[in-house]
Design a protein around this ligand. Structure first.
Ligand code: NAD
Length: 386
């Protein structure tokens, strides 16, 4: 059996990779991009810096900085209009997963119109929108190398998963220096997100030898560095390894799918406005414990790749160490419980059925080694509370 792998056409990786933006644009035959980003990227000077290096090469770029964290249907409208009214030949998506996902949605809607809902999974989006050059500033979602965008429908509180080659950036500039400004909380949440991508891709039913190789390397790069970047954000070596790990984890899950953690995480995020990485972090130990019996060897491989178990550990002992590590990590990185995050118990319990339904409908739980029923999901959501 063979596996189809979808990747960007170009990757520029390493210190100051983002400085190569004009070259990358030129090699794509583009000259007039719209930089889609958020206010923080403007405040940090990142957006203007890219605008300035492009101007030096006679490539006029406008900035659209009205994207919001965890983008919604309404939040992308202004960007879609801007694309439709402008004469841009490309998009530079600069920021964390939110601006990059916003840009992906704007690129397709700006060119082909319609509603975001029209493009949600199980539809596979093969249309080519405006070409996207993605520059991630978190490590992270891996969105710079994934064929996925996630847009929340605020009317139904559903995080819509949209997939297909149409959402794959043509180029990604993976520049860890942009992550040096990340505060500890966001560093932790986005870092655990990347670890979750790697683990879920590795245990996914859709895993292949190709995705395995990316996922295992991603775990090797991410796991030993999570605590380091959380405690010392200026540690360049750790930031560099996290950034590459995050991109490899993105490649892995985009080509093997995520599984139960993501399936359960999106409804929590949509209903209670928990940032994506944080809801994944809350769920990772509980869902891993639930899933281990169906993929004992695979999870033990994760423990070994992460460096928490050795070749001398048998699978059972490696998995014990894996669970202990995931819990210890959440403690040290101060990942709150849903209650500590401020979610009301009654509101949470009142939404158990809806969250279970949405999780199942996303398709992600079907990729999990242990496929849950709606009742199992409700039990797991309850377990997360206690
Ligand atoms: P984000 O983009 O929402 O950013 C979080 C916060 O960090 C924002 O306030 C942002 O301004 C700030 N920030 C980003 N980079 C910074 C930097 N270098 N320095 C200082 N502040 C910085 O966070 P995220 O976790 O990267 O993205 C989350 C979004 O990505 C969610 O909407 C999630 O659904 C989506 N996602 C997409 C994919 C995909 O494959 N498309 C995968 C996972 C998650």
């Amino acid at each position: 059996m063979s596996t189809q792998i979808i990747l960007p056409r170009m990757l520029q990786v390493g210190e100051n990779a983002s400085h190569a933006t004009p070259n990358i644009l030129a090699s794509l035959g583009c000259r007039h991009p719209l930089i889609i980003t958020d206010k923080m990227m403007v405040q940090l000077g990142y957006a203007e810096k890219i605008q300035a290096v492009l101007a030096e090469q006679d490539m006029p770029a406008d900035i659209f900085d009205d994207t919001v964290p965890e983008p919604t249907v309404a939040s992308i409208q202004a960007g879609v209009k801007r694309i439709q009214e402008g004469d841009y030949d490309s998009i530079i998506a600069l920021g964390g997963g939110s601006p990059i996902d916003s840009a992906k949605a704007m690129s397709i809607l700006g060119k082909f119109g319609g509603e975001m809902r029209d493009y949600k999974f199980p539809r596979v989006v093969t249309e080519a929108g405006l070409p996207i050059i993605a520059i991630p500033t978190t490590a992270g979602t891996g969105s710079e190398v994934t064929k996925v965008t996630i847009i929340t429908d605020e009317k139904t509180d559903e995080k819509m998963l949209c997939m297909g080659i149409g959402f794959m950036p043509v180029a990604a500039l993976v520049d860890y220096t942009l992550t040096l400004s990340l505060p500890a909380r966001i560093t932790a949440d986005t870092g655990i997100d990347a670890l979750t991508h790697a683990m879920e891709a590795y245990v996914s039913k859709k895993a292949s030898l190709y995705s395995d190789s990316q996922a295992l390397e991603a775990m090797r790069l991410i796991a030993p560095n999570l605590r380091r970047v959380y405690h010392d954000g200026s540690d360049k070596k750790a930031r560099e390894e996290m950034m590459l790990g995050s991109t490899l984890a993105g490649v892995a899950f985009s080509n093997a799918s995520v599984a139960l953690v993501h399936g359960m995480s999106r409804p929590i995020g949509a209903a209670f406005h928990v940032p994506h990485g944080l809801s994944n972090a809350m769920l990772l130990p509980t869902v891993t414990e639930y899933s281990i019996p169906a993929a004992v060897e695979r999870y033990a491989d994760c423990a070994r790749a992460m460096g928490v178990a050795t070749e001398q550990d048998d699978n059972a002992s490696a998995n014990k160490k894996l669970l202990a590590e995931l819990r210890a990590l959440n403690d040290e990185l101060k990942v709150p419980t849903p209650e500590q995050f401020g979610i009301e118990r009654e509101a949470y319990m009142g939404l158990l059925d809806t969250m279970a339904e949405q999780a199942l409908a996303s398709g992600s739980p079907n990729n999990n080694p242990r496929v849950p029923s709606a009742d199992d999901l409700i039990k797991l959501y309850k377990q997360l509370w206690w």
